[in-house]
Design a protein around this ligand. Sequence first.
Ligand code: SAM
Length: 233
Amino acid sequence: AEEVGGGDKEVVREYFNGNGFDRWKKIYGETDDVNKVQLDIRIGHSKTVENVMKLLTEDKSLEGVTVCDAGCGTGLLSIPLAKQGAIVSASDISAAMVAEAQQKAKEELVEGSVVQPKFEVKDLESLDGLYNTVVCLDVLIHYPQNKADAMIAHLASLAEERLILSFAPKTFYYDILKRIGELFPGPSKATRAYLHAEADIERALQKVGWKIKNRGLVTTQFYFSRMIEAVPA
Ligand code: SAM
């Protein structure tokens, strides 16, 4: 069977333009019509976004800093980045996600007061350009490790100063698959969620001359996400 880059990517695209869009839009939204699992994931994910914003703003201002938000989803990171003055290039494989993010940015960012993020429908592999910072949150779950290496190398090649990634750590493998398998695409849904060992991610970064500078971890009952900040070694 083909994986990301072939059939798997099509499955992911279709999922996030269809059922997956409806599910994740709710999870990433603000409405009350979520179940206990979805609410828990919403809270966990918002903690990840909060941690990334803290990391990106603690040393210096984001004013004029170029940021690539790869796999931007509904824009939950792109919008706060733009609020802080970052020049955001946001993209996602799903046109539905990009449309939702664009709509939200229009609602939440006051025209003329900040630079609006530039939204594009694009998969990670076709991203180009050079950015101060590249961020890719909770997307690696759609990449098996053998594809993740190339994906990480590509994202690192787009970043000048830092690369921030978050992924579901393999330490919680059975927990995650058991608890949230139904939230991932594919015919055999649980097998379509790929978890990653931190050591594998670190090795992929080292191979292209990057090293890990900061690590964070968010776990709730149903959400598990390891965040790493990498810089050129
Ligand atoms: N990064 C966003 C956030 O943290 O709010 C969204 C995370 S969501 C779990 C995963 C997103 O990755 C979806 O919007 C999906 O469409 C996108 N995605 C999956 N595979 C992708 C690929 N190959 N290229 C670009 N985006 C992809």
